[in-house]
Write a protein that binds this ligand. Structure first.
Ligand SMILES: [Mg+2]
Length: 238
């Protein structure tokens, strides 16, 4: 039986919904702490995100209210990272997990990022103890050097399942790091076009074997063929 491994952010759920959920937690914290209006805080954070991207959002927010200090920024960051996220799996992710569960396909998750943040996301989505998922690898737990593109977690999965890399399929959204490290070892790769990387085009070594727009496409004939039969020949570039 083939092994299927999923990325988390923007593969199984929409990552921006986590950001919004975190902003709301920060807005609620500022309401309690300084009596600052939640709606205005949300508006500011969303507009800074749009204009300047991530990185300085809480600095800008606190400066706007005359509350800037390094300690307050740190506090907002900690509220953001430690909040219980209000996030949901994509509809096709739910169906896909159910389908693989029915087929008895061993499933795994490999995700990069802050250990606690990723853990809370997995918990909130019901994936951490999901009956169909054998293990969620939060790669940072094994050191930053073992985050993607490192094949470390993927090789752990091969060892655990006693399979070859060519028996493992990885489904992810980020062409910068999801495929380039594991493809040379023979892992099969599927890129899902969603989230912030959907329009990014990279050279062949960074690209996946096949590209899909939704997880429903995994049940298309030429793709399903490859999954239960361990036939790498069934994998076509799109
Ligand atoms: Mg991702």
């Amino acid at each position: 039986m083939k092994i299927v491994v999923f990325d988390l952010d923007d593969t199984l759920y929409e990552e921006i919904t986590y950001v919004h959920s975190g902003f709301y937690a920060v807005a609620m914290y500022l309401l309690e702490r300084f009596d600052l209006p939640t709606d205005e805080s949300m508006k500011i954070m969303l507009s800074v995100l749009k204009s300047k991207g991530r990185g300085q959002i809480f600095d800008s927010l606190l400066s706007h209210y005359g509350k800037y200090s390094k300690a307050n920024v740190k506090e907002c960051l900690s509220v953001y990272r430690s909040h219980d996220p209000q996030i949901h799996l994509y509809e096709d992710s739910v169906k896909c997990l159910e389908q693989f569960q029915k087929m008895g396909t061993p499933l795994y998750i490999v995700t990069d990022g802050n250990k606690w943040v990723q853990y809370r996301k997995l918990q909130a989505l019901g994936l951490y103890d999901h009956p169909a998922i054998r293990k969620c690898y939060i790669s940072r737990r094994f050191g930053i050097k073992n985050e993607k593109p490192s094949p470390y977690c993927f090789m752990q999965i091969c060892a655990k399942e006693n399979v070859k890399p060519s028996d493992v399929v990885y489904i992810g959204d980020n062409p910068h790091k999801d495929f380039v490290g594991i493809k040379p070892l023979g892992f099969k790769t599927v890129r899902i076009l969603r989230g912030g990387f959907a329009d990014i085009q990279k050279s062949a070594e960074f690209e996946a074997d096949i590209t899909i727009k939704t997880l429903d496409e995994l049940w298309k004939k030429e793709i399903t063929h490859a999954i239960p039969n361990r036939q790498p020949l069934g994998w076509q570039k799109s």
